[in-house]
Design a protein around this ligand. Structure first.
Ligand SMILES: Cc1cc2nc3c(=O)[nH]c(=O)nc-3n(C[C@H](O)[C@H](O)[C@H](O)COP(=O)(O)O)c2cc1C
Length: 279
């Protein structure tokens, strides 16, 4: 076991390949205990964690998460949810003037509570040689995820954490360092050349060849979002460099506003159906 917190933080890396090995119950209990000790807004702990280990359910979670197959291999998947159901049930017994499921502030707090709890668990997992990956995609199929997990009113999935033993130790990813991310006393833009240099250092090693189809896709996305002139500017920049950059790839080809993926229309509708009126 590794109990050096700085060592754990610096070695943490997302893992997308797991061996089919169970996590001993006493370890899993410790991780879940750690997650439940996280700070939360008002101390209300407005989150729940649904632990999924059944093979069939995991298979379905693969389908509901853009076919990320490692979800099935990993022994445990944890779905972190905003949960105001406990509050609602308690105030049925003990009348209280509560509009928490109607106010945007509480949506915000619910998400933060769930995320902090998830990250506490992810760091605790590293101490036992376990690795994790967040699965954001469940929010795009939230209706079906909720059916699969029998999620009732006033509960809403936020993020899933897939956890298990890695097939090999995953490589840590490059990060911006604190000279880029930390501002002293007030916000100050850093020099654009310094920023571009840092961006290149962090993301510039992903050299994707500017294949015709890829360029066309980025052109079409840029045109749909910002018009023809901007699309042409994007295309010329890519052709000049001969490669597609990280941002051009992810924003232009992957994270697209197709079928309400970015606007999360389905998620908003789902929340309404769950009894939340905060959006
Ligand atoms: C909110 C959130 C959602 C994520 N969703 C996914 C996902 O669906 N699939 C995946 O493979 N990685 C996912 N990731 C992992 C990120 O890709 C990863 O954290 C990032 O590339 C940085 O790498 P690192 O975690 O190794 O530092 C997600 C991370 C976060 C914080």
């Amino acid at each position: 076991m590794n109990d050096n917190i700085f060592d754990i933080i610096s070695k943490r890396a997302t893992c997308r390949s797991f061996i089919e090995k169970e996590i001993p119950e006493e370890i899993m209990d410790k991780l879940l205990d750690a997650a439940c000790k996280s700070p939360s807004s008002g101390g209300f702990q407005t989150y729940s964690i649904i632990k999924v280990t059944e093979k069939e359910k995991k298979k379905q979670l693969v389908q509901l998460s853009r076919n990320q197959r490692f979800i099935e291999k990993a022994p445990v998947n944890l779905v972190f949810c905003i949960d105001f159901r406990r509050v609602k049930r308690i105030i049925e017994v003990e009348p209280s003037p509560c509009i928490e499921t109607d106010t945007f502030m509480n949506f915000w707090m619910g998400i933060i509570d769930a995320a902090i709890s998830a990250q506490t668990l992810c760091l605790a997992a590293e101490a036992y040689g376990l690795k994790t990956v967040y699965i954001g995609n469940i929010i795009n199929t939230v209706d079906e995820v909720a059916k699969l997990l029998n999620i009732p009113q006033y509960v809403c999935p936020v993020i899933m954490v897939t956890i298990g033993y890695p097939t090999s130790i995953p490589k840590t990813s490059l990060k911006y360092d604190k000279s880029i991310l930390v501002h002293e006393e007030e916000y100050k833009d850093i020099d654009i050349d310094v920023l571009m240099e840092a961006y290149k250092k962090k993301d510039g090693n992903q050299k994707i060849k500017a294949a015709e189809k890829l360029v066309e896709k980025i052109y079409n996305t840029a045109k749909a979002y910002h018009g023809e002139e901007y699309a042409e500017k994007c295309k010329q920049y890519i052709l000049e460099k001969g490669i597609v950059s990280t941002y051009q790839y992810w924003f232009g080809c992957y994270y697209l506003e197709e079928e309400g993926f970015l606007s999360m229309q389905g998620y908003k509708e789902f929340m309404k159906g769950q009894g939340f009126k905060w959006l």
